[in-house]
Design a protein around this ligand. Structure first.
Ligand code: AMP
Ligand code: MN
Ligand code: MN
Ligand code: MN
Length: 286
């Protein structure tokens, strides 16, 4: 059989459908993320910043120049039964008014939460957090990752993980409960914007089989169509378990690195293959 030529339309795309830029808690600009993805062989990239689409215009401009396909995305924070879940939207129109309004409101929600986290840290004799995280986030969304970086920089902890374990995670000294939108409403913003809703990193929520079944029923009822099967730092056994969820609930499978920062997270495009018996979520994208 002849080798496919580089221009062969049958040449497979290399997908990475989950990553972050400086529009949220990634360290690289949208331009740098797109260039880095291209350099690592990705041919179709979704930029999915936390609760914001602000990086998409810049990413799209860079992608057009670099010759890589940019899928407009978002990673929405949402709640169900008092727990926070992340819903990836793929192929969204960021101008869809309810979605644009939601991200605007989420910016205020996050700023309000940041103020309260900073107050809690100040009570623990760690002042100055708010100014530091606002400076670090710039125009982008303020996240707990920014607080973790602040705590590491001030030598209050040694690692980001320790910052979460000691201060920022649920139940810890500087944790602030956040009124995220209900899961079904967040899914509706994505589908209303013409996008496909994907449950991000399903195994990270530590749900019982019974609760996972209930969650996925609510997610599907709301219009959710996909579930992440291959995600950063996942092992073959976990891929099997996530694939089984996709099979059992009739969901398409997604793949994404969840890249945030060079050398600290899984690299862009460095992803295991989707299991062969799974419908890839990109078949649902226009
Ligand atoms: P936020 O959306 O502001 O609550 O921040 C959530 C982000 O913090 C996640 O997307 C991760 O990037 C990061 N994060 C959450 N939990 C941890 C953890 N245990 N260790 C390190 N980073 C975490
Ligand atoms: Mn993050
Ligand atoms: Mn996430
Ligand atoms: Mn993410």
């Amino acid at each position: 059989m002849p080798e496919p030529s580089p221009s062969d339309p049958a040449k497979p795309e290399i997908y990475d459908l989950h990553c972050h830029s400086s529009a949220s808690d990634g360290s690289l600009s949208p331009t740098a993320v797109v260039q880095r993805a291209h350099g690592h062989g990705v041919t179709a990239l979704a930029l999915t910043d936390h609760d914001t689409t602000a990086g998409l215009i810049e990413a799209q401009a860079c992608a057009a120049t670099a010759g890589i396909k940019l899928i407009p995305g978002i990673e929405l924070s949402a709640q169900w039964q008092n727990q926070c879940f992340h819903i990836i939207g793929l192929g969204i129109d960021p101008a869809y008014p309810p979605l644009a309004e939601a991200t605007h409101i989420l910016q205020g929600t996050r700023m309000n939460r940041a103020e309260r986290i900073a107050e809690k840290l100040a009570k623990k004799n760690i002042p100055g957090a708010l100014a530091a995280v606002m400076a670090a986030a710039g125009d982008g969304m303020v996240t707990r990752s920014h607080f973790a970086d602040f705590l590491v920089a001030g030598h209050h902890v040694d690692t980001q993980q320790e910052a979460f374990d000691r201060y920022l995670a649920k139940g810890k000294a500087a944790y602030v409960a956040t009124p995220w939108a209900e899961l079904a409403e967040a899914v509706g913003w994505i589908t209303g914007a013409g996008g496909v809703a994907v449950l991000a990193h399903p195994l990270r929520y530590n749900l019982s089989a019974n609760k996972m079944r209930k969650l996925l029923a609510v997610f599907k009822e709301a219009g959710g169509q996909g579930i992440e099967i291959v995600t950063g730092r996942i092992n073959p056994d976990e891929i099997k378990r996530a694939a089984q969820l996709a099979k059992n609930f009739g969901l398409s499978g997604s793949t994404g690195s969840d890249f945030h920062t060079p050398d600290q997270w899984v690299e862009l495009g460095r992803l295991a293959a989707l299991p062969a018996n799974i419908q890839p979520v990109w078949e649902l994208l226009n």
